[in-house]
Design a protein around this ligand. Structure first.
Ligand code: ADP
Length: 491
């Protein structure tokens, strides 16, 4: 049940739609409930936007478009920086709210405030570095002036697993570039976005620049917004099937798109790896967010000579991981987001075991209330097991083995995804060969965490299109144009 501190926080969270600088009900008065996955309790009742509300939010974004694009970059950056500072002051509120609506342990939620906040600081700094160029053409007869302009109103759809960071990773570069936005947070975790948008209002982001439409009807709200010719950009983070649907919708108006989709990350451990470091990296790459991350290591592919030692060491650590509500001291494994996630983990473990995998620890759902699954280690996972193809999105560490580097690389690349890979080896030349051979947007070389606001996060193959963070992140919200003019000395 919720404590007094939790209730006080929940009472401060806005629960409406935020359109043109005003909190409001849905036009038909509809609402939906947000639950605590660790207890099943209702945390809040939130306004549920309909298709008309979505278009009204786009009206507001379009109305603010020209003035925001004309706002000096320094001013845009300073607003983002003010949001960063206020977020630090309120970090405990944001951390607790994420733990309540999403379930992650409080220490991890606090880590997400740091990570999510860094996008505000990074893009506050990038806002004033939108460059251009002036050059002489090869013939010497003309000059080419290349400039960048905000692409225009953007629709941002975020997932439930990182409620703050996925919002700031999109909102900050959009605002830095001079784009206005409509945000559609995940229906499972809208509260963090609502509290964050209120913080943007408080620091002085002008009306209409950021609009938010929580809704229980994601498709019904999104379709007309995406089909509206005033929209110029779609940025989505979520599953590959939904990404495909949205890409098809975006093709109608040839929208600019950024898509951060699913992953199936390999985690390679070579015989020359520092095994203790590999184990620590494995725990971070697998169990952060209770395994519910697109960057989560999905397939542990370990050299046969060290596989047993790696499995023994990792099992010892995993078996000791405390499971519980994220607000409890020392908890490492929170609940999964819902019943479906638990059923999926159960199904994948059962399939792997039926094909010969061995359960070293865990393997079962935990009885409710709450949607918990035991942290699990499987060894001897056989080729053809569903767990090697499907994104697990749960606390299950599945180990298979390899004999040669070629075999390891082939196994790692044997997926339609290509978001992130992890590799542990003490041989720098081997690391460099992996960098060249792995089909992936990101590589954690001797580390289990790759996310950083200053780096261009994103995937290859069916893991997505575009990059978030780094210098690339702001480019996703800018158009490039050039002006060609004759050599002024020859006219
Ligand atoms: P997950 O499996 O992680 O829940 P989804 O891809 O289903 O990922 O959801 C990610 C985001 O996409 C959420 O905000 C969700 O509401 C939204 N979403 C899901 N289906 C659609 C759709 N057809 N159109 C627009 N948004 C959608």
């Amino acid at each position: 049940m919720t404590t007094t501190t939790e209730q006080e926080l929940l009472a401060r969270v806005p629960t409406g739609l935020f359109i043109d600088g005003r909190w409001q009900d849905a036009s038909d008065g509809a609402t939906f409930a947000v639950h605590d996955p660790s207890t099943g309790a209702v945390l809040a009742t939130v306004a549920s936007a309909n298709a008309t509300d979505g278009v009204r939010a786009l009206d507001a974004a379009d109305g603010a478009r020209a003035s925001w694009a004309a706002t000096p970059p320094r001013r845009r950056g300073e607003l983002l920086r003010a949001a960063f500072d206020l977020l630090q002051e309120r970090r405990d509120d944001f951390a607790l709210l994420m733990t309540l609506e999403m379930g992650k342990p409080l220490a991890e939620a606090s880590g997400e405030v740091t990570y999510g906040g860094e996008f505000l600081r990074w893009f506050a700094e990038e806002a004033v570095r939108i460059g251009g160029s002036y050059g002489t053409n090869p013939e010497g007869t003309g000059r080419t002036i290349v400039s960048h302009k905000p692409v225009g109103p953007a629709y941002l759809i975020t997932p439930w697993n990182f409620p703050l960071a996925m919002a700031t990773r999109k909102i900050a570069p959009a605002l830095a570039a001079g784009c206005t936005v409509v945000v559609k947070p995940a229906e499972l975790t809208p509260l963090t976005t609502l509290l964050f948008v209120d913080l943007l209002r408080e620091v002085g982001v002008p009306d209409g620049v950021v609009n938010v439409v929580p809704t229980a009807s994601a498709a019904a709200v999104s379709e007309p917004v995406i089909a509206d010719p005033r929209l110029r950009k779609l940025s989505f983070t979520g599953s590959t099937p939904v990404g495909r649907t949205l890409l098809a919708q975006a093709s109608q108006n040839v929208l600019r798109t950024s898509m951060e989709l699913g992953g199936n990350a390999p985690f390679l451990v070579f015989a020359d790896a520092d095994l203790d470091e590999a184990v620590t990296g494995a725990l971070a790459a697998k169990f952060r967010n209770t395994g519910q991350a697109c960057t989560a290591a999905n397939r542990f592919i370990v050299h046969q000579d060290v596989a047993e030692e790696f499995a023994r060491k990792v099992t010892e650590r995993v078996a000791a991981m405390p499971v519980g509500r994220g607000t409890e001291d020392g908890v490492a494994i929170g609940p999964l987001i819902d019943d479906r996630a638990v059923a999926k983990a159960e199904r994948l473990v059962a399939d792997a075991v039926s094909r010969g995998a061995v359960v070293r620890t865990g393997g079962h759902a935990v009885e409710g209330p709450g949607t918990f699954f035991e942290p699990t280690v499987l060894t001897d996972v056989q080729p053809g097991s569903e767990i090697l193809r499907d994104e697990i999105f749960g606390p299950v560490l599945a180990i298979s083995t390899f004999a040669t580097d070629d075999e390891a690389v082939h196994a790692a690349n044997d997926t339609e995804y290509g978001l992130v890979a992890y590799a542990f080896t003490e041989d720098p030349a081997r690391g460099q060969r992996l960098m060249e051979r792995l089909e992936t947007g990101m590589l954690g070389l001797n580390t289990g965490v790759v996310s950083n606001a200053s780096a261009p996060f994103g995937g290859v193959k069916q893991s997505g299109v575009g990059r978030e963070g780094g210098a690339e992140g702001i480019a996703e919200y800018l158009e490039t144009m050039y002006t060609l003019t004759p050599d002024p000395f020859r006219r």
